[in-house]
Design a protein around this ligand. Sequence first.
Ligand SMILES: Nc1ncnc2c1ncn2[C@@H]1O[C@H](COP(=O)(O)OP(=O)(O)OP(=O)(O)O)[C@@H](O)[C@H]1O
Ligand SMILES: [Mg+2]
Length: 226
Amino acid sequence: MKQPGLFITLEGIDGTGKSTQHRLLVQYLRKLGHRLRATREPGGTRVGERIRGILLDLSTKRLAPMAELALIYAARAQHLEEVVRPSLGRGETVVSDRYNDASLAYQGYGRKLGVETVRAFDQIVCGDTQPDLTIVLDLDPRIALARAQGRETRRNSRRGRFEAQGRQFHARVRAGYLAIARQEPSRVKVVRADRPIAEVQAEIRRLVDDFLERESEVGSRGATSR
Ligand SMILES: Nc1ncnc2c1ncn2[C@@H]1O[C@H](COP(=O)(O)OP(=O)(O)OP(=O)(O)O)[C@@H](O)[C@H]1O
Ligand SMILES: [Mg+2]
């Protein structure tokens, strides 16, 4: 059964600006008075952060794609149990920096495991707990990876396993996200990320406002018909 809270996810290849836009969107929704749970994947729980460490660690050289997928869904199962479902059940708005579309795009398309395989995991682990609105930040992989590398240099940190993949890998992941958006146009909105941060955020807020308006109409219709 659909839980009372709203579930919004931000997606896109590495370096498109998800975490930046996530922070700004969370600020906006809090100002609007939403009871809000900000979270991220892989991670979002202690177990999940440890799995994230394995997934992003460059020294994890020979992780089989299927092992990668299973680890991600293990982290997601924990995240659903500890964070997402309890928050949605309390009527909170959950805003996650990545969720299950990332597995379709990265493991299904990027690692070429295929959509069917990823959907099989998804049905078992996520079931009905699917995002209500997904924003895909779309950007040429060359620009996105340059941004991610710039961030790493500034922070004096190293790039992770996914960023270290070539441009072709990220081009497949990007194509995967765009395919998902074409298949589910009412849930998934593509936002061009080759613009200043404030402009990208303004478009995201417009999309979220439209979505909230639609949801409140559905909600009030539901209330009168009962
Ligand atoms: N619209 C933008 N224009 C220019 N630079 C940007 C823009 N958005 C974000 N950046 C910068 O690009 C870098 C990557 O942004 P951010 O960390 O938000 O991306 P991300 O999608 O979360 O990356 P990852 O997938 O690696 O977590 C940061 O240094 C950020 O300040
Ligand atoms: Mg990020």
